[in-house]
Write a protein that binds this ligand. Structure first.
Ligand SMILES: Cc1cc2nc3c(=O)[nH]c(=O)nc-3n(C[C@H](O)[C@H](O)[C@H](O)COP(=O)(O)OP(=O)(O)OC[C@H]3O[C@@H](n4cnc5c(N)ncnc54)[C@H](O)[C@@H]3O)c2cc1C
Length: 579
């Protein structure tokens, strides 16, 4: 066995790239790393970190060996990697606040360079080539762990339970390793198999330390796994970005890479609407397309590399400006203070006005057509509703999985609403039928959707079919309810920006000084990934200018500013969000 294979023989993930997951540092790189850490020597069999532990330091092996293992069944462990001279420890959790997914222990007496977390952040900014090597290794090591059956958490529940789907979607979209244990409805109903006792407490998440969370909320799960990094209440950030879609992620990368202390607050998962797209084909640089989730996780990683903090699973519910400082209140009552704010809260799906609609959301009605949803409709007939590009992409994607796709649009054609390349694919597919002038009129079923009927408004023909999956893609409304009364909005609720009405003379300034808006939530923006990324990137120069112009206003001790904010808030209690 070669030395390379010997170091990481346990990774059985298809297309796993060991050379990228386990790069060796050069002697010159190790010398450059020395000022960031301290040398320590550990005896053989010394535990360095265990699963679940957070904020673990990075260990660069100078002499000796560290083994990385994962507990599997019956107290056994599986060795995943051996770190030897000039190898380094850590995976994705080196860059975020998630708990360790593996155990690390010395094999022989081992001398290491131990790099504490705060120094690691400094290193990532200052040593570009080493930072890239570490970042690449953390992605590939996480890919390896995602492929390990025993890695991460176990999610137990019924396949068609909306709560279960919500938790699974959250774990998938946050790239958190997990395994699904399906409990069939019929089994759970049997009185003597023990599962019926479990029934009211499903879905459940079994954590790596053996504890079980029964029916956790997304926020509870996110906190437990370290996916949420709760903001520091003592801190005044330079910029808080609200929303981690393409616009927010781009703003975060540019802000942090240019030295601003940056926090991103995201209600669901990085990626926003783009994160729910199975394939984005018109984003520059990806000739064969890229899935929205992949684009988002890469962008999040890039942001983490530059030191951006992420508070995921908490919506911002109100914002107010006191003495030049913006105070944002997160769901759960968590306050965050910042000198400037970039609003990138995007938009959310519009719904159909049909009886039973809400009942079947996530039980047959979906707003995204990704690999996850496609599992539910293999070799069955499905419906896609909508005439825009997202509906077109979904129809094309699902036509490779479902037995047939019925594409329903109210208009007379797709010509004015969809890109020509998608129209051609739809027209040329024998597995897609376009129903123009049509609308869904009934949705029927038990615990999930079973039958759908639609009408052709021109001919009056009614069609009813046994269909269990409807993908609704009929546009979006702005996520600006939390800003109602705080900034100027247009008639449809999109944020007004630009050098009109006395706003600052930049395309992204809102009616509140120091608050900028980018991406889909901004009035008159182009609703595309590339434009959202572009706006998120360029707004940071406005933020810099604003911070420089108002430097004197902020020249107060952080603690006195916080005290002023607290007493002001006590005098005028915050109003609940008008959502
Ligand atoms: C299925 C689908 C496919 C698409 N395909 C393409 C394509 O191929 N090419 C293309 O160019 N465009 C495509 N689009 C459009 C594109 O995805 C959007 O234009 C783009 O995502 C907008 O980015 P954004 O960052 O402005 O907003 P969003 O992507 O909407 O992200 C906003 C984020 O803010 C979060 N948020 C909202 N409110 C709050 C709050 N109060 N507190 C905290 N967080 C909050 C949301 O959870 C969300 O993650 C597609 C859209 C969809 C739905």
């Amino acid at each position: 066995m070669s030395e390379e294979n010997d170091r990481n023989s346990a990774w059985n993930v298809p297309d796993f790239r060991p050379e990228l997951a386990f790069p060796q540092l050069t002697e010159e790189m190790v010398e450059r790393l020395r000022p960031y850490g301290r040398e320590e020597t550990f005896p053989a069999n010394q535990i360095l970190f265990v699963r679940g532990e957070r904020q673990i330091d990075m260990f660069v092996v100078l002499d000796g060996e560290i083994s990385i293992s994962l507990p599997v069944a019956d107290g056994e462990t599986k060795i995943l990697a051996h770190h030897r001279r000039f190898d380094f420890s850590g995976e994705l959790n080196l860059l975020n606040s998630q708990g360790s997914l593996v155990d690390g222990q010395t094999v022989t007496e081992t001398r290491v360079l131990r790099i504490p977390r705060n120094e690691l952040q400094r290193l990532m900014r200052a040593e570009g080539d080493i930072a890239n090597l570490i970042t690449q290794a953390t992605i590939w090591r996480r890919i390896g762990i995602l492929g390990e059956a025993a890695g991460g958490v176990v999610l137990m529940g019924h396949a068609d339970d909306a709560e279960m789907t919500g938790l699974q979607r959250f774990l998938v979209r946050n790239s958190y390793p997990h395994r699904i244990v399906e409990v069939p409805m019929e089994e759970a109903a049997r009185p003597d198999d023990g599962l019926s006792d479990l029934e009211p407490s499903l879905p459940a998440v079994v954590l790596s330390d053996g504890r079980t969370l029964h029916r956790p909320t997304i926020a509870e799960l996110a906190d437990e796994l370290g996916i949420t990094e709760l903001p520091d209440p003592q801190m005044i950030y330079d910029v808080v970005v609200v929303g981690a879609g393409p616009a927010g992620l781009a703003a975060a990368v540019y802000a942090a890479s240019e030295g601003l202390c940056t926090l991103v607050i995201e209600g669901t998962a990085p990626g926003g609407q783009a994160g729910t797209s199975s394939k984005i084909e018109n984003y520059l640089g990806f000739p064969t397309g890229i899935s929205g989730n992949r684009l988002a996780s890469r962008a999040q990683l890039q942001a983490l590399k530059f030191g951006v903090r992420f508070a995921i699973s908490r919506d911002v519910i109100t914002v107010e400006q006191i003495g030049g400082i913006h105070k944002l209140l997160l769901a759960g009552g968590i306050p965050v203070c910042s000198r400037s704010v970039v609003v990138a809260s995007g938009a959310q799906y519009r719904k159909l006005s049909v009886e039973n609609y809400n009942r079947f959301e996530n039980h047959g009605i979906y707003y995204a057509a990704t690999a996850m949803e496609s599992l539910l409709c293999r070799d069955r007939e499905v419906i896609v509703v909508g005439g825009g590009n997202s509906a077109g992409q979904a129809a094309v994607f699902l036509s490779g999985i479902a037995s047939h796709v019925h594409h329903i649009v109210r208009g007379k054609s797709l010509a004015s609403t969809m890109s020509q390349y998608l129209i051609s694919r739809i027209e040329n597919s024998s597995r897609i039928t376009l129903h123009t002038h049509s609308e869904i009129v009934t949705l029927q079923g038990g615990s999930s959707l079973e039958r759908v009927a639609w009408i052709d408004r021109r001919s009056g023909d009614l069609t009813e079919k046994p269909i269990g999956s409807v993908f609704v893609m009929i546009g979006a409304e702005p996520n600006s309810g939390w800003l109602f009364g705080a900034v100027k909005l247009d008639k449809k609720g999109f944020i007004l920006t630009g050098g009109t009405d006395g706003f600052e003379m930049t395309p992204y300034a809102t009616s509140v000084p120091g608050m900028f808006a980018v991406g889909d939530v901004r009035s008159k923006s182009v609703k595309r990934v590339a434009s959202a990324v572009g706006e998120g990137s360029v707004v940071i120069s406005d933020v810099h200018r604003y911070l420089a112009d108002h430097r004197d206003d902020f020249a107060v001790e952080p603690h006195s500013a916080l005290a002023a904010l607290r007493s002001a808030s006590a005098a005028t209690p915050l109003q609940p969000a008008e959502l």
